[in-house]
Design a protein around this ligand. Structure first.
Ligand code: PRT
Ligand code: MG
Length: 231
């Protein structure tokens, strides 16, 4: 049986860095202030000024997993991460028991295909060449190239994708771009814009049923602060 405390306790999973920083104003709008700085503290569970709200610090790619398995009631994560986690787009609920009621409009970027400046991507596509594509986003890349009818060999990497074309390991990469400075610094150019990315609030559906009032209060405060419409 859940205890009174566990029925009140709200656990939010966040990743360090840009998502954490950009979430702070949203939390503030919900009257929540995180009392420790994850960049300074080694703690993985952070307290807040609300005794019934705590924050878990997890890897960005682990946020959907914590929420899916109930380690956290809710989390904030990029659309890129949700798609790679297997979330189907088009609805706000998924088979994994995840509910994504809000586009928070934070940590915005786009996911793109980039190649070395001297690689003629359009010609390679036109010829029907098989492309070697390095990416952390294999699900998104597979779906994108399949929809274009381009044959690809995907090489899974966990970071620094920009290196792969430079060392001749891949013809192209699929990666997140925001200012474009990283591509430019590595002599890569963007040749396809796959989709726009922003971060979403993701909620465990069972937790939402058990803890309706406190979770709804946070969703509403975030929605007000974002000016977001349910997506
Ligand atoms: O770093 P770690 O391996 O722990 O995890 P992570 O890279 O998944 O986390 P993090 O914090 O870097 O990114 C979390 C989320 O922020 C992503 O899932 C995106 O939804 C979002 N986001 C927004 C970005 C960017 N913008 C972004 N620019 N994530 C990464 N980048 C990287 C990009 O991969 C590239 O290397 O920044 C570089 C490009 O930036 P520009 O400005 O040079 O174009
Ligand atoms: Mg990173």
């Amino acid at each position: 049986m859940p205890t009174y405390r566990s029925l009140n306790l709200i656990t939010l999973a966040l990743s360090k860095g840009r998502i954490f920083e950009e979430t702070l104003p949203l939390l503030k709008a919900a009257g929540i202030e995180v009392l420790e700085d994850p960049e300074k503290s080694r703690k993985l569970i952070l307290t807040t000024n609300q005794p019934n709200v705590r924050v878990l610090v997890v890897r960005a790619t682990d946020v959907p997993t914590y929420v899916q398995y109930g380690g956290a009631d809710m989390g904030i994560t990029g659309k890129d991460t949700l798609l790679e986690h297997g979330m189907e787009w088009g609805g706000s609920t998924s088979a994994a028991g995840l509910y994504t009621p809000l586009d928070l409009q934070i940590a915005k970027c786009r996911i793109s295909v980039a190649v070395k400046a001297d690689f003629d991507y359009a010609a390679a596509v036109k010829r029907g060449s098989r492309l070697k594509v390095a990416t952390k986003y294999v699900a998104i890349a597979r779906e994108f190239f399949a929809s274009k009818g381009v044959h690809v060999d995907l090489i899974k990497l966990y970071g620094s994708m920009e290196l792969a074309p430079l060392v001749g390991m891949a013809d192209a990469i699929v990666d997140l771009v925001s200012t474009g400075n990283t591509l430019k610094a590595n002599h890569l150019v963007e040749v396809e814009h796959i989709m726009d990315i922003s971060s979403r609030l993701v909620v465990n559906q069972a937790a939402l049923k058990l803890k309706q009032a406190p979770i709804r209060a946070i969703i509403d405060a975030f929605a007000g602060a974002t000016g977001a419409i349910g997506k």
